[in-house]
Design a protein around this ligand. Sequence first.
Ligand code: FES
Length: 139
Amino acid sequence: MERRAFLGTLSTPVLAACAVCMGACSKNSSGGGGSAGGSANFTIDLTSSLLTVGSSLVQSGVIVVRIAAGNVVSSFTAVQVNCTHEGTSINYNASQGIFICPNHGSTFTTTGAVTLGPATTNLKKYDININGTVMTVVG
Ligand code: FES
C-alpha cells in the first residue's frame, strides 16, 4: 500500500493522537536542558507519611526523604525531583544514601550536590520546617 493511500485510511482522531505523541516524544531529544526546580509550599503529615528511614514521597516537583529517625529537620531532605541533566525523575537509594538518576546515572548527595555526571548542575534544595508532626516544605 502506498503511504498516501495508507494515511488516507486513518481517521482524523488517530492522526491527531499521532501528532500529540510525536510532539511529546520529541521533547528533550537533543539532550541537555534539565528542568530547574520550581517553587513549592506544601505540608506533610508525619503521623502518616515518611515513617521509616529511607522512605520518600514526591509532591509538587519535590522529592522528600526521611534520612534519619526522629521528627526533626535534620532527619529529612527535600530536593527537586527532576534531574538537572535532562529532567528524568531521580530516586533515593537508601543503602547508598544518595539520589540516583535512572536515565544516565548521575548521582547527587542528600543536599542535591552533583557527585557524578553527566549532570553538572546541583539539584535545588528546599527548606524544611517542622511544627510537631507537620512538616512544611518551602522554596
Ligand atoms: S537525565 Fe541524564 S543523568 Fe538524569
